[in-house]
Design a protein around this ligand. Structure first.
Ligand code: CP
Length: 335
């Protein structure tokens, strides 16, 4: 039996009597603040491993991770693979075109077959919201949601939280503006859960047609997002911001008629030098990627001094190592 702590001395285990080891990671709605903090703290220990000359520890030796991606991905798929390999797991990647769903097999039967081949963790990306939740209900393997439809992208939100925390030292009371295609964004939804739980001041900014209709009605005072404000005016939103998070305009999910024109959208909601001057002078600019440069973000901003976009990508490996560790290697705490 491998001691999962070998080579990663600073790791923390779940230590609350009310906490149990999490089997699946589907969204952040059911994460407590302490649980999020544990993932972020362990990502610090994982980052130390990544920065070594030999990036390898035995925490997940003998474990098998299968990434099952039914949508394109660069960052998420590669970083889960790299995270698994650094932790010594065997990682098998299956894309849409290489799986038997191409021949008409159901997602359930594909995933069941993967489980039968002893996959400990299935990391799934799927265009249909709720697909990871469905697999988690019916399979024994651990399921990690790598993005499902417009629903959730928990590992992206956690790496965003980690990026904010490592940059500023804390997330609480930071003004975070999320701007763009909120209607179709799983990144925005998972970030809303994570940022509000960690005490950030969150402002959503988009044209009314790109904000979910139930958000436009406003949140009641008992709603988990009660502290979140919504505006359609980017200059107003960005004033005093610590973090500006631009979202990709999701052409593949857009139904027609939500925008008068891309040019007008870019003028009103694109992040440029002029608008960024209204933010705090130490503002950081984030984007989950892939970016439409020149639409939601100017090239000079995406690659400029305020951008932490490549830092987000780098942090994704440490955070995903922390997540893989949390579902597989962390000691179970019994009630
Ligand atoms: N942020 C994100 O999910 O990027 P990929 O689509 O490249 O994985």
């Amino acid at each position: 039996m491998i001691n999962p702590h070998v080579g990663i001395p600073e790791l923390k285990s779940v230590n609350s009597r009310r906490s149990t080891q999490r089997k699946h990671i589907l969204d952040l709605d059911d994460f407590s603040k302490n649980e999020i903090q544990l993932v972020l703290d362990n990502a610090v220990a994982m980052e130390e491993v990544i920065n070594r000359s030999v990036r390898k520890v035995p925490a997940l030796r003998g474990r098998t991770i299968v990434t099952l991606f039914h949508e394109p991905s660069t960052r998420t798929r590669v970083s889960f693979e790299q995270a698994g390999k650094i932790l010594s797991a065997d990682v098998i990647n299956i894309s849409d075109s290489a799986s038997s769903t191409e021949k008409g097999e159901s997602l359930y039967n594909t995933a069941l077959s993967i489980q039968s081949m002893q996959a400990d963790i299935i990391v799934i990306r799927h265009p249909h919201s709720g697909s990871p939740n469905f697999l988690a209900r019916h399979l024994n393997s651990s399921i990690i949601n790598a993005g499902d439809g417009c629903h959730a992208h928990p590992s992206q939100a956690l790496l965003d939280l980690y990026t904010i925390q490592t940059h500023f030292g804390s997330i609480k009371n930071r003004k975070v503006v999320i701007v763009g295609d909120i209607l179709y964004s799983r990144v925005a939804r998972s970030n809303l859960w994570g940022l509000t739980k960690m005490g950030a001041e969150v402002v959503l900014c988009a044209p009314p047609t790109l904000i979910p209709p139930d958000f436009l009605k406003g949140f009641s005072k008992n709603h988990p997002f009660a502290s979140v404000s919504i505006t359609h005016n980017l200059e107003e939103a960005i004033e005093g911001a610590d973090v500006v998070m631009a979202l990709r305009l999701q052409a593949e999910r857009q139904s027609k008629g939500r925008l008068p024109s891309l040019r007008e959208y870019s003028q009103m909601y694109g992040i440029n030098e002029h608008k960024l001057q209204l933010a705090n002078k130490n503002v950081i600019v984030m984007h989950p990627g892939p970016m439409n440069e020149g639409i939601e973000i100017d090239t000079e901003i995406a690659h400029g001094p305020h951008s932490v976009i490549q830092k987000q990508v780098k942090n994704g490996v440490a955070v995903r190592m922390s997540l893989l560790y949390s579902v597989m290697a962390a000691p179970r705490i019994e009630e």
